[in-house]
Structures are given as C-alpha cells and as structure tokens.
Design a protein around this ligand. Sequence first.
Ligand code: TYD
Length: 212
Amino acid sequence: MVSAMKRGKLITLEGGEGSGKSTQVVHLANHLRKQGIEAVCTREPGGVPFSERLRDLVLGHPPASPKTEFLMFAAARSEHIALLIEPVLSRGQWVLCDRYIDSTRVYQGALGGIDPGLIAAIETYTVKPFLPELTFILDVNPRIGLERARARGELSRYDAAAEEDHETVRKGFLDIAAKEPGRCVVIDGHEGELEIAAQVAQIVDRRFLLPG
Ligand code: TYD
C-alpha cells in the first residue's frame, strides 16, 4: 500500500515596507535545507506566471479602484495556490511565502476600507484549506522601514503614502497577531538580519522539527 505523503508546511512572512521579509524567507529556506527539508520560496502577489502578470497590473500605474485591486489580489492568490502552493505542499515540500492573506487583510482591509466580512468570505473561498501553519510578522517602525526600502531602491507605491497610513499597516499586522497568537509570531524587525534569522529558525525548529 502506498502511504499518503505528509503534507508540507506553509509559512508566511508579513510586515510593512522594508521589514526584511524577503531576506528572511531565503535564510529560513537555507536553514530548512540543512535539515533535509526542501522549501520553495515564493511571494505575493505573484509566484506563478499568471499571478506575476496580475502583480504587474495591480502594482503598476495608475492604480485600479480599491474593489478591483482587492479582487485582483484575491485572483492572483487563487492561481498561486492552484499552481504552486497546493502541488508543492502535496508532494511534502514546504512553502515559504513573502506576504499572503494578512497583507490583504491589512492593506485592502484596515487601510483600504474593504469590509472585513467580505475579505473573510473571499479568503474562505479562495484560500481554505491552505491557511498558513505559521506566520512571522516582522515589526518595524515605518520610518526605519521606509529608509531601508529607499536605500535599496525598492520603493513601492505605498512609500509615498502618508505616515499615518504606514502606522495603520503596522497596527493592522499587530492586531492580527494579537487575535491569532497560535499562528502568528511577532519578531522585532529592528534586530540585525542574522539575529532575526536565528530567532525565526529556532521558532520553526521548536514548533515543527524538535521532538516533544
Ligand atoms: P512589494 O514590492 O513586494 O513590497 P514589499 O517588498 O514591501 O513586500 O509590493 C507588494 C505590495 O503589495 C506591498 O506594498 C503590499 C501590497 N499588497 C497588498 O496590498 N495586498 C496583498 O494582498 C498583497 C499580497 C500585497
């Protein structure tokens, strides 16, 4: 009898601009590989060609209306799950995703004013059962995050937004973490890159890899 392959884990990294998520995804994948776990690194919006095309549209100029944007982020995620997340997890590999559902809840919900009930309904429709097992929220003072993003020449369209918008984003992520402490771990993103990588690795090891 062929035994069912154990499904891989989905871990997401979230945070405001310049919080260092993308770098930490790579550190975590390297850490897992050393322990014999293959992890596929991906990002949202994007991850597969169709969703990357939606990314170009939705993050390009001029911006679409908030409703349209919300649906495009949801559509990009739906395709990402169908073509990458689901197949990778089913073959027992792990997925490390730079941004996922919490970005929609925060940017389109807390910041953009889309009804949280609607966001939850579309999330159930498009995402379930591919909810993250673990989410790291890299918390950074927006001023520092923006300086970092600017220094790297990675200005997203939200960088031009008012400072209070960045505070709304920060608070939005922290609120999610407070409501879902079983899934979310807040990491102080002001620490050095390698310190953060070590913390993230330790949490993943404790939660999934060490016995007991
Ligand atoms: P990106 O350049 O990847 O920003 P970062 O390096 O900060 O991750 O751009 C992604 C942008 O898309 C980011 O500003 C947040 C936004 N976004 C949403 O508004 N909703 C979403 O659901 C997702 C996944 C991203």
